[in-house]
Design a protein around this ligand. Structure first.
Ligand code: CMP
Length: 136
């Protein structure tokens, strides 16, 4: 594997629960370096664009509403096989199915409120990093 970059988002429920530091610690303890980070509140237009691939899904409107409901923390993580490593640290989308010890198993409430987002492929990671950090 090579050194990759991936996009992480601590979603509104993660920020609300005051666990940004706990989530960052998991990245840092597992060989991922935070090379960019910022807190922001997504506009409806930004959330719609970011989740455009899910436009036809029944949960799209709820997803956009939820992602704009409060501040999020977007970060660029760098490390060996960063895309897959971040996905492993997050666990499955549904916290009930997420492996023990993963971020979602430990902190998330539901499929919709699942604490974190992580790019699902290297190709999407490049697009998503550029979306929030055009200069990185
Ligand atoms: P994320 O990794 O951010 O990418 C798309 C998001 O859609 C996903 O995490 C979930 O938060 C959300 N999502 C996926 N499936 C469902 C579902 N069945 N119901 C509600 N939200 C969902």
């Amino acid at each position: 594997m090579s050194i990759e970059r991936t996009l992480s988002i601590v979603k509104p429920d993660g920020v609300q629960k005051n666990i940004i530091g706990k989530i960052f610690t998991r990245f840092e303890d597992n060989g991922l370096k935070i090379v960019g980070t910022k807190m922001l509140t997504l506009s409806k237009e930004q959330a719609q664009k970011f989740y455009e691939v899910h436009k036809e899904r029944p949960f799209y409107d709820d997803l956009v509403e939820y992602m704009t409901s409060g501040p999020v923390v977007v970060s660029v993580l760098e490390g060996e096989g960063a895309v897959l490593k971040n996905r492993q640290l997050m666990g499955a989308t549904d916290p009930k199915e997420a492996e023990k010890g993963t971020i979602r198993a430990d902190f998330a409430d539901s499929k919709a409120r699942n604490c974190v987002h992580g790019s699902d492929s290297l190709e999407n990671a490049k697009i998503e990093v550029k979306f929030f950090f055009p200069n990185l």
